[in-house]
Design a protein around this ligand. Structure first.
Ligand code: UDP
Length: 334
């Protein structure tokens, strides 16, 4: 029997953002079809296998569609499958553009064919510059290509494909998430929040890169899911396709984040300055956005407000990793 809310397809549903979305849609009474290759999985998905409201398809969405899969009858598709994390993407350098377009293009096509609305996950990386970043701003493409730029350009192209498909009838929106954090996020991708929290819990040095004056604004995965649950339909009907989702109230320098994590968790960890390349290898690069702060416009016009504070995010991440190991990072030294 179909749930009143209909079936939601979530690509990358075993990943960090994807699994939060799965939980939120299940809690709202939907059935969920997860399509996940396991490349960025932060959970094994066995709880979802056991849930009669869930179907878990363990393959790449592009392979699933090429083999005859489709989205017919689905209520909506959330395309959250992607390589993510400044360290994880390095292993895909030179192929990342193909990975991103290779999965997004068939998803757009299948949504258009089935008449199913699409939400595609882009990235705040597309801005290519530092500061308060507004959806209406032009974006910058640095010509010193590195893997992050390859990622950003591919996400930009995917955005343009959604926008132009919309003119031909696709109902689609694009989310630009800004430093999403919360339970289940793995430090394996290089992400700072689970790295600092796990370092603090283990009494290991907290490793501040790039001087520590860079600014990030962290938004809770639960705030992001609330946006989609409560406002996706209105967004699909609106004129603005590209939507920043972030929390400017949580903007903090990375040095201050390190100090905050240490004091909130009562940790004895020393805070040390290191070069990110000594941890993640010579190809690791900082974001073009030394200060990466979202301007909120479309999302707040629709009535959404991010609510979870920085301290609550630190505690939620700590509560999660006090109780279990980081399964994607078990072999990576802290
Ligand atoms: N960062 C850090 N130490 C770490 C991991 C990350 O100081 O162990 C810094 C990183 O240099 C960046 C910021 O934290 O300036 C956010 O990093 P993350 O990879 O989480 O996100 P992004 O740089 O893509 O915004």
């Amino acid at each position: 029997m179909r749930a009143p809310g209909g079936e939601v397809v979530i690509t990358g549903g075993l990943g960090f953002i994807g699994s939060h979305l799965v939980d939120a849609y299940l809690a709202a009474g939907h059935h969920v079809r997860i399509i996940d290759s396991n490349a960025g999985a932060v959970i094994d998905g066995e709880d979802y296998d056991a849930d009669p409201r869930c179907t878990v398809i363990r393959e790449r969405v592009e392979d699933h569609l090429a083999a005859g899969g489709d989205f017919a009858g689905a209520d909506r598709v959330i395309h959250a499958a992607s390589y993510v994390g400044p360290a994880s993407i390095l292993s895909r350098s030179g192929r990342l553009g193909h990975d991103i377009i290779g999965s997004t293009a068939p998803v757009i096509e299948a949504c258009a064919r089935a008449g199913v609305p699409l939400c595609m996950f882009s990235s705040a990386e597309v801005y290519g510059r530092s500061g308060v970043l507004d959806e209406k701003d032009d974006i910058v493409v640095p010509t010193q290509y590195n893997t992050r730029i390859e990622y950003a350009v591919a996400k930009t192209l995917a955005e343009a494909m959604v926008c132009n498909s919309r003119r031909q009838g696709l109902r689609g929106i694009v989310i630009r998430p800004f430093n999403v954090a919360g339970a289940r996020q793995s430090r394996a991708g290089g992400f700072v929040m689970p790295t600092f929290v796990q370092q603090a819990l283990a009494g290991r040095p907290i490793t501040v890169f790039a001087g520590g004056e860079q600014v990030r604004a962290f938004v809770a995965a639960s705030d992001l899911t609330t946006f989609l649950l409560d406002h996706m339909d209105a967004a699909l009907d609106g004129d603005d396709v590209i939507i920043n989702v972030g929390n400017p109230a949580n903007a903090v320098t990375i040095a201050d984040l390190a100090a905050r994590v240490k004091s909130l968790l009562g940790s004895d960890s020393p805070i040390v300055r290191v070069d990110g390349r000594s941890v993640h290898g010579p190809d690791y690069a900082e974001a073009e956005s030394f200060h990466k702060i979202p301007a909120l416009r479309t999302a707040t016009d629709l009535g959404w407000r991010p609510r979870v504070t920085l301290d609550e995010l630190i505690m939620a991440t700590a509560d999660y990793y006090r109780a279990r190991e980081d399964r994607r990072a078990v072999n990576a030294p802290l």
